[in-house]
Ligand binder design. Structure first.
Ligand SMILES: C[S@@+](CC[C@H](N)C(=O)[O-])C[C@H]1O[C@@H](n2cnc3c(N)ncnc32)[C@H](O)[C@@H]1O
Length: 206
């Protein structure tokens, strides 16, 4: 993957989109059900092939707040001792699943721009008694994680929302160890958007 430093220009127009995403996900944190045009919560996770033995260990509130679009662990299961970064972790569903794969010798960092989603994530990790997972507020375009830290970067339903996708992919490359893995699942645009949608900050997050 080619890399270069993100420039100020890359970040210049992300603020209005990030503000709209924060507004949107404050509402999702309060009430996740019925907010998306696709299934969410436990039924969705089972349908997407998450292992029931892992799901059964998760606090119900974290499972209820699962609003992902796929299952990054179908691309490979994290190994004990690994360091895993979950970009756009939301309420921490995939972070908690990863924490159980990597065990006490591993570590998981979940990053999200929404303080409200992170509050649900922190409460969930505490309810589960997990000590190998932490949550940091930050942006996919400028990750609050040191270079070369992660064995595995996962992301579920987030990069389609990134206001600057070039910066987001460069950041993935920066934080991965040499030979590390990137397992993302997402929605993909297959046609042209009409200008009224393409230029709407509201549409970006809905
Ligand atoms: C569709 S939700 C998916 C949440 C979680 N991955 C899951 O599977 O339940 C998208 C999440 O990405 C976060 N997000 C969106 N854009 C982001 C960005 N640029 N940087 C960090 N987080 C972002 C939102 O706050 C939200 O929690």
């Amino acid at each position: 993957m080619e890399t270069r430093q993100a420039t100020e220009a890359d970040h210049a127009d992300t603020a209005p989109i990030h503000a709209e995403l924060k507004r949107r996900y404050a509402a999702v944190a309060q009430q996740p059900a019925g907010q998306f045009p696709y299934p969410t919560g436990r039924a969705s996770a089972l349908h997407l092939g998450y292992r029931q033995d892992k799901l059964d260990l998760l606090p119900p509130d974290v499972v209820e707040h699962f609003v992902g679009v796929g299952n990054p662990f179908l691309l490979g299961e994290p190994q004990p001792g690994w360091t895993v970064l979950d970009i756009g972790c939301g309420a921490g569903f995939d972070s908690q699943v990863a924490a159980r794969y990597v065990g006490p010798g591993g570590h998981v960092i979940g990053v999200d721009l929404s303080p409200e989603m992170l509050a649900v994530a922190r409460q969930g990790a505490s309810a589960a008694g997990l000590t190998n997972v932490e949550f940091r507020q930050g942006e996919a375009e400028q990750l609050p994680v040191e270079a070369g830290w992660a064995d595995l970067v996962i992301s579920n339903g987030v990069l389609n929302l990134a206001a600057c996708k070039g910066s987001a992919f460069r950041e993935v490359s920066r934080v991965l160890k040499p030979g590390g893995r990137f397992q993302a699942v997402d929605l993909i645009l297959v046609g042209e958007l009409p200008p009224e949608l393409a230029n709407s900050e509201f549409a970006w997050s809905n």
